[in-house]
Structures are given as structure tokens and as C-alpha cells.
Design a protein around this ligand. Structure first.
Ligand code: RP5
Length: 166
């Protein structure tokens, strides 16, 4: 097992069906990660302990997914100097609008890089983590170039497909 560089944290196992896309995306880049269910509200001490020891344990980036009154990203960011990426999870009475505001409206001094609400969120969180790691890892940056080239290719294929129907 290689040293995890990214910690994927979610407030509840009910978040996993969405968050697993982040794990799959990191895997596709060959980035080692760990996954934990830690709640900012139900297990606040564990959240503080996890974030305050993350740097010493060799992690480089933390991804935090939570729904509702989503304080997880902020609480983790309060306890670490590592970059924290927040995924707002849709659900509940406000369908994620609450999680989005809670995750992105951080006070000056404690940034949480908030990604898209919805299924693109975990993918973008993982991609952002790869980009952050890539600033100090040319091999990973090369993989990101390939990834972008793949996106371009898909658009070209989509264009050809649509035009073939005319
Ligand atoms: C948040 O509350 C979790 O991140 C989850 O999105 C939401 C609901 O949690 P459960 O009641 O399903 O455990 O803390």
C-alpha cells in the first residue's frame, strides 16, 4: 500500500454513493488515498484529531463531503494547514443549497475550495486534488495533460456524432 496523499472524508456513509466518484477518479490517476466517515457534528473530536494529524501522516490534500448544515470542510480546515476541498452533498429539505452555502461561505483565513453541487462535485474535487499534487509532480501533471486531451477528443466525437444525424 503506498502512502495516502489524499484523505477523502464524508459526514455519513449515506454520502458514499456520491463520493465514490472521487475515489474512482483518484484511482484513475494512480493517486493513493484513504477514506473515512467522520462527522463534524456527531464526532467533532475525531474530526479535529484527523485534521490536526493529517500533515504529519503525509497527507497533502483533504477532500470533505457533507450535506445539510455542512460544517465538515470548515472544521477540518480549521485544524490543518493542508488544502481542503469541500463537496456539498445534495439532499434534505433544501436539496443541497444549505450544504453549498455552508461549505463555501468560509470566513477569511480558513479557505475551503468548494466544488460543484451534484454528481460533478466529487469528480472535480478529485481532479482539483490531482492538480494541486501535480504542481510538485511532473508525472502527474503529464497525466493531467492526457486527461485534458481526452476531454477534447470526446467533444470532437460528440460533434461528429451530432453532425452524422443531420
Ligand atoms: C451530513 O448529514 C452528512 O454528510 C449527510 O450528507 C447528511 C445526512 O446524514 P445521515 O443522517 O444520512 O447520516 O452530516
Amino acid at each position: 500500500m503506498s502512502q495516502p496523499l489524499v484523505g477523502i472524508i464524508m459526514g455519513s456513509d449515506s454520502d458514499w454513493s456520491l463520493v465514490q466518484k472521487a475515489a474512482e477518479t483518484l484511482k484513475s490517476f494512480g493517486v493513493a488515498f484513504e477514506v473515512r466517515v467522520i462527522s463534524a457534528h456527531r464526532t467533532p473530536e475525531v474530526a479535529g484529531e484527523y485534521a490536526s494529524t493529517a500533515e504529519a501522516r503525509g497527507l497533502k490534500v483533504i477532500i470533505a463531503a457533507a450535506g445539510g448544515a455542512a460544517h465538515l470542510g470548515g472544521v477540518l480546515a480549521a485544524h490543518t494547514v493542508l488544502p481542503v476541498i469541500g463537496i456539498p452533498v445534495a439532499g434534505g429539505a433544501l436539496n443541497g443549497l444549505d450544504a453549498m452555502y455552508a461549505t463555501l461561505q468560509m470566513p477569511a483565513g480558513i479557505p475551503v475550495a468548494t466544488v460543484t453541487l451534484g454528481s460533478a462535485g466529487p469528480v472535480n474535487a478529485a481532479l482539483l486534488a490531482v492538480q494541486i499534487l501535480g504542481t510538485a509532480d511532473p508525472d502527474l501533471r503529464a497525466k493531467f495533460h492526457d486527461y485534458k486531451a481526452g476531454l477534447k477528443q470526446k467533444v470532437a466525437e460528440g460533434n461528429a456524432k451530432v453532425n452524422a444525424c443531420l
